[in-house]
Ligand binder design. Structure first.
Ligand code: ADP
Ligand code: ADP
Length: 233
C-alpha cells in the first residue's frame, strides 16, 4: 500500500487569463514505504504538486495514481481523504484539546474508531515516540517542536497510505529541528508508510529521505524534475 505514480503532471494557474505554469511534465514513481523528499527553491512548484497529490487542487494535464487508482486527472475530480494525511508548516493541533484528545478526535468524528479504540491506538503511538507523559497537556503549554512531533504521530492515527509533509519544520530553531527530525525518522522506521516530504532545504532532505528529487525552474517557466538518488547517511 502507498504506491504513488505521477504521470506527466501539469498545473497551469490561470487567474484572470494570466497563465502561470507551476508544474509541467512531472513524472515520479514513489514506491510503497519509500521516504521521498522533493527539494527545490521557493516558487518551483512543490506545494502545487503536494496539493495535487493531497487532493486539495485540480491538475491541468496528466494523472496521479494511488495504488493503481486514479485520484487526480482532468477527468477525475480530486478529493482529500484520510488515506493521504498532510502535515503543514503551521501547527494544526486543536488548542482547546489535550494531546490525547487531539490524537483521537479525527478517527472518532469520521466514525472509524470508538473512543476506546482510538485511545488505545493513540497511547500506543505516543509510547512509540516517547511522548506518553504529555498526553494530558494542551498545545499552548508545549514548545513548537513538541507540537510538531504530536502532529506527526497524529497523522498515523488513521493508518494512512501516504504521509505528505509540506515544509513542516520551517521556522523551528536548529536544535529543535534536530530533535523533530529524529522523531520523524523513528516514526518512519517503526511504521514504514510512504512519505512525501517537500522542503527548500537540501541538507534536511538529504538527512531525512531515502531518495531526494530536485525540482528546478528554468527561466521561461519550463519545469524540469531531475532525479537524484542519495543514500541515507
Ligand atoms: P513552491 O511550493 O515550490 O514554493 P508553489 O507550488 O507554491 O511553489 O508555486 C509555484 C508557482 O505557481 C509560483 O510561480 C507561484 O507563484 C504560482 N502559484 C502558486 N499558487 C498559485 C495560485 N493559487 N494562483 C496563481 N499562481 C499560483
Ligand atoms: P512556499 O515554499 O510555500 O512558496 P514561501 O517562500 O512563499 O513558501 O514562504 C512562505 C512563508 O514562509 C513566507 O511568509 C516566508 O517569509 C516564510 N519563510 C520563507 N523562508 C523561511 C525560512 N527559511 N524560515 C522561516 N520562514 C520562512
Amino acid at each position: 500500500h502507498g504506491w504513488l505514480s505521477l504521470r506527466n503532471v501539469q498545473k497551469v494557474y490561470d487567474p484572470l487569463g494570466k497563465a502561470t505554469v507551476a508544474v509541467d511534465g512531472c513524472s515520479i514513481e514513489i514506491r510503497p514505504g519509500e521516504f521521498c523528499a522533493i527539494v527545490g527553491p521557493s516558487g518551483c512548484g512543490k506545494s502545487t504538486l503536494l496539493n495535487a497529490v493531497a487532493g486539495f487542487d485540480t491538475i491541468t494535464d496528466g494523472e496521479i495514481l494511488l495504488d493503481g487508482e486514479c485520484i487526480n486527472s482532468t477527468k477525475i475530480m480530486p478529493k482529500p481523504g484520510p488515506d493521504r494525511i498532510v502535515v503543514f508548516q503551521h501547527g494544526a493541533l486543536f488548542p482547546w484539546a489535550t494531546v490525547l484528545e487531539n490524537m483521537i478526535r479525527g478517527p472518532i468524528v469520521q466514525g472509524k474508531m470508538t473512543k476506546a479504540q482510538a485511545t488505545k491506538r493513540a497511547r500506543e503511538l505516543l509510547a512509540q515516540v516517547g511522548l506518553s507523559t504529555i498526553e494530558d497537556r494542551y498545545p499552548a503549554g508545549m514548545s513548537s517542536g513538541m507540537c510538531r512531533r504530536v502532529e506527526i504521530v497524529r497523522a498515523l492515527m488513521n493508518d494512512p497510505r501516504v504521509i505528505l509533509l509540506d515544509e513542516p519544520f520551517r521556522g523551528l530553531d536548529a536544535l529543535t529541528k534536530t530533535v523533530v527530525h529524529n522523531a520523524l525518522l523513528d516514526m518512519y522506521e517503526m511504521n514504514r508508510k510512504t512519505v512525501l516530504f517537500i522542503t527548500h532545504d537540501l541538507e534536511e532532505a538529504i538527512y531525512l529521505a531515502d531518495r531526494v528529487l530536485v525540482m528546478t525552474t528554468r527561466p521561461g517557466s519550463i519545469k524540469q524534475t531531475i532525479f537524484v538518488d542519495l543514500p541515507r547517511p
